[in-house]
Every structure is written in C-alpha cells, then in structure tokens.
Design a binder for this molecule. Structure first.
Ligand code: UDP
Ligand code: MG
Length: 316
C-alpha cells in the first residue's frame, strides 16, 4: 500500500487561479495514484488565509464536487507562513508525507514525482530548488538573491533558491510542531529539524493569473524577520563596531594631545560636528537593533496562537 500524500496550498485572494490550480492538481494526483506512488487517500488541502474574495466559496465547491480536495479556513488573514503552518499541522494528522506549494503553481508540479521518489529513498525533507530565475524581473531576482546571500552571511542555514516548495515526512512535521516560535520563518526552521534531506531542481514559471501577494513591503518585512529570527549577528556586529570606535577615539585623543603640545591647537569645528553626528547615528541604529530583538522577545513571551482554524473540510 502506497503512502498518503497531502499537498498543502495556502491561498490568499486566489479566486482567479484556484479553479485552474485545482484542475491541474487533480490530473497530477490521479496519475500519481495510478502509478501506485501515492495512496488514493491522498488529498489536496487548500488553506484559506482570510481572503476577502470568493476563495473560500471556491474551495467549498471543489470539496463538494470531489473528495480529493480538502479545505482549512482560518479565522482571518495571518500571512503566508502562518497559513502554511496551519495547513501542515492539520495535514500531518491524516498523512505520511506533505508537500507545500503556492496556489499560483509557479513551482513546477512535475517536480512532485522526484520528491516522492526521494521520500521513498529515505529522505524526510526534500527541498524544491529553482534552477534559474529567468522568468523573474531583474528587480525580484536581484532582491531575492541578495536576500539569500545576506541570510547566509548572517549565519542562518537556508537552502539557496528554495522557497516553500518542499516535501516533509510525518516525523519531520512532528519535529516541526515542537518549534513554538511566533516569528515564523519556515525556510530557516526546517533545516534545524535535521533528518536526511535532499533537493530537487525545477524551473519556476510565471504566475498564470492574478498578481503577486508579496509586494516589496511584505518582502522586506519577511527578509528582516528571517534575519532577526535566526541570528544574533547584527548585535555582534554592533559590539565589534563599538569596539573599533573606542580604539579609534583613543587614537584621535592621542593625536589631538600631540597637536596641542606642538602648539597648533585650533580645534576643527567641522570634524567635531561630523563625529558627533556619526556617533549619534550609530547609537540610534544600535538602539533600534536591540529594540528589534526585545520586540521579538516580547512577542514570543506572549505565546499567542499563530493561527485559529474556523473550519476543516476533509474526507478521510
Ligand atoms: N499567501 C497567503 N497569505 C498572504 C499572502 C500570500 O496565504 O497573506 C499565499 C498566496 O495565496 C500564494 C503564496 O502565499 O499561494 C505565495 O504568494 P505569491 O504567489 O503572491 O508570492 P510570490 O510568488 O510573488 O512571491
Ligand atoms: Mg507566486
């Protein structure tokens, strides 16, 4: 008997893409069942992330028409990462492996086959990695790649060019459920779980309908969250900076004493003003960074729920 696969798809205002996504997924899942790779108890689980359009109606309709489709309705919009987590934690109860992907099918669904093969070869986590970024605008490509590089530099162990398209086994998901953090950055957490992992490459396509739900503002917030949730390097950098500033100011002091002894002591007003501003600026930035971490601690200590599920539609 083949294992049960659940495909979790978070959806935020995706009425334009959902019917087509469902159609393509149905074909894919059917062929996987026929090939004997997955059990016929496998499902496609859409998570409605508090959409204000007809997304949930469409999910309900799909579920009524075909038991292949399941739905999870969140109480309100919680953002992609939380919606995904809600789906994963719901799906793990019914399945042996779960694949997460986006509603717009930018991630090639044909990579699912090799992901499942790797799963049967004993991998608990299989990362989908995009082989090229030709379909992205120069801006998106540049910002995304700088983001990965910055994350690496900051010491967060994330897989290059991997978004949230991945397969996870039941026990990997059970591991994930033990991470209680509120500042959720799944790409950073999953490698922390451990177990055997591998990657599968695929070409990423363009969105076939609708527009990106990740405007620049959300992207920047996401990147910033990613870095500050995983690394305390920014604090270390500030400490190092402060250290060098101390050494520098001692040197400057010695120098000004020498100048004074030599009787050449008209003080440079410009350099004085400049240094006051510089130090002031550095102090404010430092306080800001420290504040950021305190903000995180504050949020974590409240232990608020990361999502609340309103309804689950599932035909086991
Ligand atoms: N999404 C979500 N909640 C949000 C924003 C986005 O569940 O608040 C979902 C969205 O429906 C899609 C996925 O996250 O399935 C990725 O979003 P999108 O394709 O817009 O991002 P991009 O591919 O442009 O980075
Ligand atoms: Mg997309």
């Amino acid at each position: 008997m083949a294992d049960i696969l659940y495909v979790v798809i978070p959806c935020y205002k995706e009425e334009e893409v959902l019917p087509e996504t469902a159609r393509r997924m149905k074909v894919k899942m059917k062929s996987l069942v026929e090939e004997g790779k997955i059990s016929d108890k496998s499902r496609v689980m859409f998570v409605n992330d508090g959409s204000t359009d007809r997304t949930w109606d469409i999910i309900c309709r799909l579920h009524n028409e075909d038991k292949l489709f399941s739905g999870v309705d969140l109480s309100r919009n919680r953002g992609h990462q939380n919606a995904l987590l809600a789906g994963l934690m719901t799906a793990v109860k019914y399945s042996d492996m779960v694949i997460s992907m986006d509603a717009d099918l930018q991630d090639d669904i044909n990579a699912i086959d090799s992901m499942i093969d790797k799963y049967y070869e004993g991998c608990d986590v299989v990362y989908g990695v995009r082989s090229s970024r030709d379909t992205d605008t120069f801006f998106k490509k540049f910002t995304a790649e700088s983001f990965y590089k910055l994350m690496k530099l900051m010491g967060a162990d994330i897989v290059f060019n991997h978004a949230d398209y991945r397969l996870m086994s039941k026990r990997a998901l059970e591991g994930l459920s033990q991470f209680g953090e509120v500042n959720l950055f799944l790409r950073g957490i999953v490698p922390e779980i451990g177990y055997k992992s591998d990657i599968v490459e695929y070409e990423r396509a363009e969105r076939f309908a609708g527009e990106s739900k990740y405007p620049l503002k959300k992207m920047l917030a996401f990147a910033f969250d990613g870095i500050t949730s995983f690394s305390i390097k920014p604090i270390r950098i500030i400490i190092t900076l402060g250290f060098f500033m101390c050494i520098f100011s001692i040197l400057a002091l010695i120098w000004s004493i020498i100048v004074k002894i030599m009787g050449n002591s008209e003080a440079g007003w410009t350099s004085l003003m400049a240094s006051i501003w510089l130090i002031g600026g550095i102090q404010v930035v430092s306080i800001g960074v420290i504040g950021e971490y305190i903000g995180k601690i504050y949020k974590e200590t409240k232990k608020r729920p990361r999502y609340i599920i309103k309804t689950i539609l599932n035909n086991e």
